[in-house]
Ligand binder design. Sequence first.
Ligand SMILES: Cc1cc2nc3c(=O)[nH]c(=O)nc-3n(C[C@H](O)[C@H](O)[C@H](O)COP(=O)(O)OP(=O)(O)OC[C@H]3O[C@@H](n4cnc5c(N)ncnc54)[C@H](O)[C@@H]3O)c2cc1C
Ligand SMILES: NC(=O)c1ccc[n+]([C@@H]2O[C@H](COP(=O)([O-])OP(=O)(O)OC[C@H]3O[C@@H](n4cnc5c(N)ncnc54)[C@H](OP(=O)(O)O)[C@@H]3O)[C@@H](O)[C@H]2O)c1
Length: 260
Amino acid sequence: MTTDALASDKATRIHITRLHRWTDKLITFRTTRPAGYEFTPGQYARLGLHNGGVMIWRAYSLTSAPNEEELEFYGIIVEGGQFTSMLDRLKQGDELWLDRQVFGFMTPGRFDDGEDLWMLATGTGIGPFISILRDEQAWQRWRRMVLVHGVRHLHELAYADELKTLQASHAGIQGMAALTLLQAVSRDDPGQCLQGRITTLLASGALEHSAAMPLTVEQSRIMLCGNPAMIEETRKMLHERGMRPVRRMNPGQFVTENYW
Ligand SMILES: Cc1cc2nc3c(=O)[nH]c(=O)nc-3n(C[C@H](O)[C@H](O)[C@H](O)COP(=O)(O)OP(=O)(O)OC[C@H]3O[C@@H](n4cnc5c(N)ncnc54)[C@H](O)[C@@H]3O)c2cc1C
Ligand SMILES: NC(=O)c1ccc[n+]([C@@H]2O[C@H](COP(=O)([O-])OP(=O)(O)OC[C@H]3O[C@@H](n4cnc5c(N)ncnc54)[C@H](OP(=O)(O)O)[C@@H]3O)[C@@H](O)[C@H]2O)c1
C-alpha cells in the first residue's frame, strides 16, 4: 500500500514536536495529535516508521492525558531493535505514522468495583499509568492508588518528579484518592527505594507493608504492565490469593498488558 493510501485510510501522519532523553536508552517523545484521535488512559497506539519501502509498526502506550493537545509516548531503545533503532534517530519535526484506531483494554474502567487501585510496572510499562494519573477521573474514582515502578537502575526512574508533584497536588483534597508511590530498584544500591523485583517484594509482603495497605479480593484492583515474565509470575501469586483476571462477562481483580 502506498503511503498516500495509508494516509487516507488506516493511518495518518504525525510529527515529533518534542523529545526528552532520560538516559541514552530511555526517551519521551511528543507528537502532533490528529483531529478525532480519542483514547482512554491505559490504551495504546500503533506507530509506524518507514524502513526502506516497508512500514514497521509497533505498539506504544499513550502517556498523555486524553485532553492534551499533543500525544506523548515513553520508550526504550532496544539494542538492535528494528523499530527503536529508527526511533533513536528521530528529531523534532520528523514524521511517524499513527494507526487511526486506538487499542487496548487495560483501563481502570474495566473494574466494576473495588476501592484501591494498584498499578505495577516494570521499565517502560509505567507509560499507561502516567496517562491514568494525568487524568482526573482515576483520582475521583478510587479511594487509594498505589503505583509501583520496578527498574534495574536508579537513573531509569523516569517521571518520578512529575509523579511526586501529582501526588502533592491531590493530597488531602476531599473526594480525591491518596496516592502512594513505590520505586523498586533491582541492580543498584536502592538508596531510599525498595530493593529487588516487584515479584519478590510482593511475595515477601514488602509492597503491602510499604503502602500500609493489604491486597484483598474485596478492595484491591490491580493493573500489571511491562515485562511478560513479571506479569506471569505476579499473575500466579494473585491466583494463589484468590484473585482472577477481569474477563468480558466476568468481573475480576486484575488486568494485564505484556510489552513483548
Ligand atoms: C500493547 C503494547 C504496548 C507497548 N507499549 C510500549 C511503550 O509504551 N514503550 C515501549 O518502549 N515499548 C512498548 N511496547 C513494546 C514495543 O511495541 C516494541 O516492542 C519496542 O519498541 C521494541 O521494538 P523493536 O522493533 O525495536 O524491537 P522488537 O523486535 O519489537 O523487540 C526486541 C526485544 O526487545 C525487548 N523489548 C521490547 N520492548 C521492550 C520494552 N518496552 N522494554 C524492555 N524491553 C523491551 C524484548 O526482549 C523484545 O523481544 C509495547 C508493546 C505492546 C505489545
Ligand atoms: N536497562 C539496561 O541497563 C539495559 C542494558 C542492556 C540491555 N537492555 C535491554 O533493555 C531491555 C530491558 O529493559 P528494562 O531494564 O527496562 O526492562 P526489564 O528487563 O524488564 O527490567 C525492568 C525491571 O523488571 C525486573 N524483572 C525482570 N524480569 C522479572 C520477572 N520475571 N519478575 C519480576 N521482575 C522482573 C528487572 O529485574 P532484574 O534486574 O532482576 O532483571 C528490573 O527491575 C531488554 O531488551 C534488554 O536487552 C537494558
